[in-house]
Design a protein around this ligand. Structure first.
Ligand code: SF4
Ligand code: SF4
Ligand code: FES
Length: 215
């Protein structure tokens, strides 16, 4: 074990790891089994490795992604387990045939959004640093394009849902808006053309360059 290693505690386990290691890497190096709280393994896109972090000498707890946050001496880390939503949202995007319907559909599916108390809990919970509260506000005001921009980099870690006292589930509201706008927008030209070729059987695939020596 190197003298340069830093000591920290992850999920109650004393861990020693090089300072270049991420929290996830340090947990693994200490013999911890990565059976949960990991998905994309360092790409920062799946949100599985969400954790609460308290740094040495600080009373603040921050929400971070374990695969992106480097370890520090004296750090205390607790992973936040996956949880199933008790109240899944059900909506039919195919029933949305016109953008005039989007605000009514949003109100129907996310009636709690209007009750946002602007507590900022979702902003503090977001490991991506998104302006979540503003995204909810944009949605309530009907500016769905601006709301979509806020949630474009959301990784659905669900921490804002966990933090929200009004049970708004901001990330799911953001996902609904992104899906609805995509459903109502003209698809990319090349994608439309390629799907059409697949459907009518005119897509030709050149297999001459495929390496068939691989097992
Ligand atoms: S908006 Fe919510 S779900 Fe999305 S990254 Fe931020 S905390 Fe996670
Ligand atoms: S946590 Fe909920 S109530 Fe508080 S600002 Fe965010 S969306 Fe609004
Ligand atoms: S493991 Fe996917 S975001 Fe960290």
């Amino acid at each position: 074990m190197s003298d340069d290693n830093v000591s920290l505690v992850i999920d109650g386990r004393a861990v020693s790891a090089p300072p270049t290691a991420s929290i996830i890497q340090a947990f693994s190096l200490s013999g911890g089994a990565l059976v949960s709280n990991v998905g994309c393994m360092g790409q920062g896109v799946c949100g599985s490795c969400r954790c609460m972090v308290r740094r040495d000498g600080s009373r603040d707890v921050t929400m971070e992604l374990g695969c992106e946050t480097p370890v520090e001496a004296g750090m205390q880390v607790a992973f936040v387990s996956y949880f199933q939503p008790k109240r899944p949202h059900v909506y039919d995007l195919e029933a949305l045939t016109d953008s005039w319907q989007i605000l009514d559909a949003m109100d129907e599916t996310f009636p709690q959004a209007k009750s946002c108390r602007h507590c900022g809990g979702c902003d503090r919970a977001c490991p991506r640093g998104l302006d979540v509260q503003k995204g909810v506000e944009y949605a309530v005001l009907g500016d769905v394009q601006a709301a979509r921009e806020v949630f474009t980099e959301c990784i659905m870690c669900n921490l804002c849902t966990l933090a929200c006292p009004e049970r708004i589930r901001p990330n799911h509201l953001g996902l609904f808006i992104r899906r609805a706008l995509a459903a109502l927008t003209l698809r990319p030209q090349e994608l439309m053309r390629r799907l059409r070729q697949i459907e009518n059987g005119t897509l030709t695939v050149d297999t001459s360059t495929v390496d068939d020596t691989r097992s």
